[in-house]
Design a protein around this ligand. Sequence first.
Ligand code: ATP
Length: 232
Amino acid sequence: MTATVAIEHVEKRYRAVRALHDVSFTLEPGRLSALVGHNGAGKTTLIKLMLGLIRPDKGSICVLGENPAAGEFAGRRSLGFLPENVAFNAALTGRETLAFYARLKGSDAKQGAALLERVGLGEASRRLVGTYSKGMRQRLGLAQALLGRPRVLLLDEPTTGLDPALRLTFYEILDELRRDGATVLISSHALDELEGRAEQVLIMNRGILVADGTLAELRALAGLPIRITLKL
Ligand code: ATP
């Protein structure tokens, strides 16, 4: 299997803060991976690097065979991203919001309506986003991230504040994408919700990747006071 994302020996500092230290891992097509860690562990920094928004101080990042920070990165449109706190223009309807993002991404605007249906916002698609609940905005965020059928989907804390039913819908959609061969990475504070869903768990602690394996493998090794890197 060819990795869609390869992170090798990455270092990243923000002045005195060491955000990432010698981080290496790969993400594979058709796999749901979880990036877990406390506040400040370095999860968002990793996502920004994969999106090409920032560059590493050392090491390399390869997404769909290229450096995502390069100006001519051809895979840009194949990346879907859902930020942690997605903010939408309250004065646009759901449908208009997706049409706006479709334009930005250069993807088919017609896809928006189908995606709104898929995330359960079909009926609300003509309502102003300002009237949406938090859960509805999250679903709109997912629909936005899915525009253009991304091959790599990066989701930063996507289910925070969602009720259990919505979480289920969320994971059902992600499963479909995975079956289509998409690479899905979810950043999260909580491991429990990803149980039985994530096939790869990456645990970050203060900028260091302390574990990379299946949940069962990590459980078996839990408590070991050493750095563990498991091969899947
Ligand atoms: P959270 O769960 O709170 O979003 P995180 O795991 O995503 O945390 P990062 O946001 O990647 O962690 O932050 C890693 C470290 O880098 C933290 O110590 C954070 O304070 C620091 N940091 C992140 N961005 C910047 C920045 N732009 N300038 C300075 N320090 C930063």
